[in-house]
Design a protein around this ligand. Structure first.
Ligand code: NDP
Length: 499
């Protein structure tokens, strides 16, 4: 049945979460909201499933994860359609998002044994009588809490790596994208019907909070910085380890020797893709004096051609979460009130549930649009005297997620100096699809990493083992050592480390 609600308005009807399209209000699905007992039951079942899943070993899990990868690839159009129907995201953006998620499933499945499997580690002369072994054992159940803006890629960025490491997962998707979360769990169950290795639980923020307190082995959270603080506080009660992927305010630097057409194209896409609702979206550009005017003109020319609407092929879809419209409006108004100018869009760009592309210049550095996450299709472009000044300004916010540098001679050096977890040189956002690289932030953008070797290690605890391989020539760890042996130990230390 298709019912109409207010566009994007969240409805909990008789214990069910009602998911609706943010522009049309068309109902996408209904999902039962879990209470505390229900959640405990799910986590208990996940614990049993985790033991079974871990018992399959790396080879068994790899085989099943690669089957899930194939299923996702073959049904990419179906899933993209659902992402569009539930979040309003243009189909093209949904396809690109899902493609990246599939690559992560593939890579995590293929590399888990290499990164996490048991292996020998080199011993040291001072403890040469012992061999050293290391492996990464699963936490058991991992709770994954996800946002709505990339409802496939962000949870899968944790889920794929947690599963490959041998954990079961309980996913709490955003209340704005429960249907996509359910689809992920259902599709996994088609490949792994034996045990509920990937489950989904629905509800509002309080269900996420309950998951933090449900005795899971680890929580992987992706969402806003404000909620990240609450999640960490809740996890602190039971010393549950936590991975926090939080908000951003990413900057792009455009140096004087940059390819301006490429930089403008990347700035427009990096800022406006998914209507700016991207954690690693470009929200600020610092362009050096000599190329500033040309760069701004090119950005405006490209951005003004973009279409906005709920059609599947629009360039920019609606703002998924109605409350975000107020934030975007406030940031634009504040920038203009402080002397900024809109060279595209502006105060009347916010037309719920849409926001038209807005390019702001001459915005002071203390404006909201420069300091706080806007999460909308807006971009500030600021003039700087040098690329070094650009680095200083880019680093002057508490966030530190991604970033971008366009240039030739100094681009890599400048990129290395950005205070961020990731950076793209002569492109934007490209690190998110590079499954070999870790993904995560610093400062208010959180800590811990998904993706890559580090992302796999995030979901396993190091288990260190020493194995005696011979008698100790200089016994240190026994009460039976003699004064002469202790004197020899002291002498050996002076010879080995005293120079
Ligand atoms: P929120 O922080 O509002 O919500 C994230 C998730 O946390 C949702 O599932 C939410 O549930 C849940 N939640 C809410 N309150 C609590 C609580 N007290 N305890 C536990 N869980 C809770 O973020 P959004 O969904 O609005 O996502 C947008 C944010 O996510 C942006 O700041 C963006 O930058 C960030 N993000 C970061 C990424 C990264 O990799 N660093 C990637 C993508 C997005 P409910 O929705 O039901 O309230």
């Amino acid at each position: 049945m298709t019912a109409l609600h207010g566009p994007g308005v969240l409805v909990v009807d008789r214990g069910e979460l009602v998911s609706t399209h943010p522009a049309t209000g068309a109902e996408v699905g209904r999902f039962p909201v879990l209470d505390a007992d229900g959640l405990t039951g799910r986590v208990d079942r996940a614990r049993t499933a985790a033991t079974w899943w871990a018992g399959l070993g790396f080879t068994g899990r790899r085989r099943l994860l690669l089957r899930w990868r194939s299923l996702l690839a073959n049904r990419i159009d179906e899933l993209a359609g659902l992402v569009h129907a539930e979040g309003g995201k243009p189909i093209a953006d949904a396809v690109v998002e899902i493609a990246s998620a599939i690559e992560h499933v593939d890579w995590a499945a293929r590399n888990a044994r290499r990164v996490l499997g048991p292996r020998r580690v080199r011993s040291r002369l001072i403890v040469a009588e012992f061999a050293a072994r290391l492996e990464y054992q699963p936490y058991g159940v991992v709770g994954v809490i996800g946002p709505w803006n990339y409802p496939v890629l962000t949870p899968v960025g944790s889920i794929a790596y947690a599963l490959a490491a041998g954990n079961a997962v309980v996913l709490k998707p955003s209340e704005y994208t429960p249907a996509v979360g359910q689809w992920l769990a259902d599709s996994f169950a088609e490949v792994v019907p034996e045990q509920p290795v990937l489950q989904v639980v629905h509800g509002l923020g309080d269900v996420g909070a309950m998951l933090c307190r449900a005795g899971v082995g680890k929580v992987a959270f992706t969402g806003s910085t404000a909620t990240a603080r609450k999640v960490m506080a809740a996890c602190a009660e039971s010393l549950t380890p936590v991975l926090l992927e939080a908000g951003g305010k990413d900057a792009m630097i455009v140096d004087e020797d940059a390819d301006l057409d490429a930089a403008a194209e990347a700035a427009v896409w990096g800022a406006l893709t998914n209507a700016g609702q991207t954690c690693i979206g470009i929200e600020r550009v610092y362009a050096v004096e000599g190329i500033y005017n040309d760069f701004v003109a090119k950005v405006v020319t490209k951005a003004q051609k973009l279409t906005v609407g709920s059609e599947p092929d629009a360039h920019l879809g609606p703002i998924t979460m109605p409350a975000q419209l107020d934030v975007i409006r406030r940031h634009i108004d504040d920038a203009l009130a402080r002397g900024g100018r809109a060279v595209l869009g502006g105060a009347d760009a916010v037309q719920p549930p849409y926001v038209r592309p807005t390019i702001l210049v001459d915005v002071p550095e203390d404006a909201l649009a420069v300091r706080e996450e806007t999460f909308g299709p807006t971009l500030t472009i600021s003039r700087v005297a040098t690329a070094d000044a650009a680095v200083t300004r880019a680093n002057a916010v508490p966030y530190g997620l991604g970033g971008s540098v366009f240039g030739k001679r100094r681009a890599v050096e400048l990129a290395g100096r950005l205070r961020s977890g990731m950076v793209a040189v002569n492109s934007v956002l490209s690190f998110v699809g590079m499954s070999t690289l870790p993904f995560g932030g610093v400062g208010d953008s959180g800590f811990g990493r998904v993706h890559g070797d580090d992302g796999l290690r995030e979901f396993g605890r190091a288990k260190s083992m020493t194995v005696r391989r011979g008698p100790s020539l200089l016994p240190a760890m026994t009460f039976e050592r003699t004064p002469a042996q202790v004197a020899k130990i002291a002498k050996a230390v002076k010879i080995m480390y005293g120079r």
